[in-house]
Structures are given as C-alpha cells and as structure tokens.
Design a protein. Structure first.
Length: 276
C-alpha cells in the first residue's frame, strides 16, 4: 500500500471516503468484506465496470447487497458493458447521460456525494477497448474520449471536486505494461490515445497511483492466456484520477491483487483509494 504526506485536509473535514474500482466478476469474492478499514462509521463506495445486467443479477441479488448495507445504482445492458455504484452512503444525484453516445452503450455513471463545500462528483467509466485499430471500433473509442473530455471541461466549470475511476483501456506510459513493444499497434497504447489521457490530466487531474508511485511497476489486468498472471505479464489500464482540488485529501491508493489469485477470477483486480 502506498502512502504519502500531504497538507492537513481542509476540504472534506466531515467525510472519510473509501472507493474501489472493480469488475462485477470480482465482487462476489470480496463483497462480504469490501474494505477492512478498522474504523466505525466509515463510508464506502464501490465502482463496478463490466457489469452487464445478466452478470450483475447472477453474481448476487440486490437483496444480498442490501443486507450488507449497500445501495445499488446500476447502468447496464444485456450481454456486455455496464457500470454501477455500490454504496453505503447516499448519493445526492445519479445520472447516466454524461455524454451522447451514438451507440447508446452503458459506459458512464456519475453520482454526487454531499460535502461541506461543493459535492464530490464520482464518475465511473468503462472506456471502449478500441481494438483492432483501423476499424470502426477504434474510431468509436477516439470519438468517445473526445466527447468525454469535452464534457469534463464543462463539468469543471461547475464543480472542481471530481474523481474519475474505472477501466480506461489506456496504458498511459511504457512502465504501465510488462512489454510495451508488443502493444505499439494496440488501441490501449497508441500515441493518440495516450495523448487523450494526458489531455485529461492537463485539465487539472492527477493519476493517483502514478503520482504516489513514480517508478513502481504494478498492474491491474492480466490476460487469461499464456500464463499471464503467473508470469506477471500485466497491464495497468484501470485508474483513479482526482482533480487537483482534492489531491491533498488523498490518503493512499492500493492495487489489491488478492482477488486475481482466486479460483475463476476476473482478469482485472481492484484498485482501492482512500480520501479523508
């Protein structure tokens, strides 16, 4: 777990927020103990991706989540895609129309958490994969990112307390891949896609994991083939971005690899972010 020293927090004096970005397939293995903070009254939010409606309903019921104290907010579709929040705190507002997606795919859900000054806006995203390149799938990814960045610019005019999390399907740097040379013609690592990631950062966001781990090489995804997990041939494509306005309130971030080692795991593993 990575830790850093920051200034005394002033923005969220009444809030302790712990978030995790995970896939729906991972959740059954950790839902009974989502986070072990050791504190009472700790507020917890899980941001799920790849939670199509069939998967979400089959892994556990809404009633099971409710018994554990979670409220479910799901934006799914049949067969694939889908994003969701599982929360022990009440959202002021939940919306799913952040961008005008011409394919109407379930890829973004946003919610506001009450805060003393301005609400904390959580945006859970599942960026299109984009492969293979030189196809309409790659064009769709580029257009989707352009629309998303445009909307983030508009959102920042109203609220600068923003957390963006999820499966970005982007390898920001060479260090984020076990062998970047194998991905030079992949939609995850194409230069114009990585530039879109940097464009987001330049709007006033920080890639929290890389900010706290300058030279550390850890991953959030391991393919099921060719013994990728056993060889640690992974990719860091799941991210937490926080706006500069709340960076000083970040306590730590952790890539939790334990769920990936379990029987029949997701190919993604959770990322856990703590904000005070």
């Amino acid at each position: 777990m990575s830790k850093a020293k920051f200034k005394k927090p002033t923005l969220f004096s009444a809030v302790y927020l712990r978030c995790s970005s995970i896939t729906a397939r991972t959740y059954p293995s950790i839902v009974s103990k989502p986070f072990s903070s050791g504190s009472t009254g700790v507020e917890k939010v899980s941001l799920l991706k790849n939670c199509n409606l069939f998967t979400f309903r089959s892994i556990t019921s809404y009633e099971d989540f409710k018994k554990l104290g979670f409220t479910s907010y799901v934006f799914g579709q049949k067969s694939y895609n889908g994003v969701a929040f599982l929360s022990k705190i009440k959202f002021e507002k939940i919306t799913t129309g952040f961008i005008k997606d011409k394919l109407n795919q379930s890829r973004i859900i946003e919610g506001d958490i009450k805060n003393k000054s301005a609400p904390i806006k959580l945006i859970n995203i599942y960026v299109p994969n984009g492969n293979p390149i030189n196809t309409e799938k790659y064009d769709y990814k580029k257009n989707w990112l352009n629309l998303f960045i445009l909307q983030i610019k508009k959102t920042l005019l109203r609220n600068k307390n923003i957390i963006i999390a999820g499966d970005f399907n982007i390898l920001p740097e060479e260090i984020d891949c076990h062998d970047y040379t194998k991905y030079e013609n992949d939609a995850l690592f194409k230069l114009e896609i990585r530039k879109k990631f940097r464009e987001l950062l330049n709007l006033g966001f920080v890639d929290v994991y890389r900010h706290l781990n300058k030279d550390k090489q850890e991953y959030t995804f391991w393919d099921y083939t060719a013994g990728s997990w056993q060889k640690n041939n992974g990719l860091r494509i799941d991210h937490f971005l926080v706006s500069n306005n709340i960076l000083n309130n970040v306590k730590n971030i952790n890539i939790n690899k334990k769920p990936r080692s379990k029987l029949k795991p997701s190919d993604h593993t959770p990322i856990e972010l703590e904000i005070i």
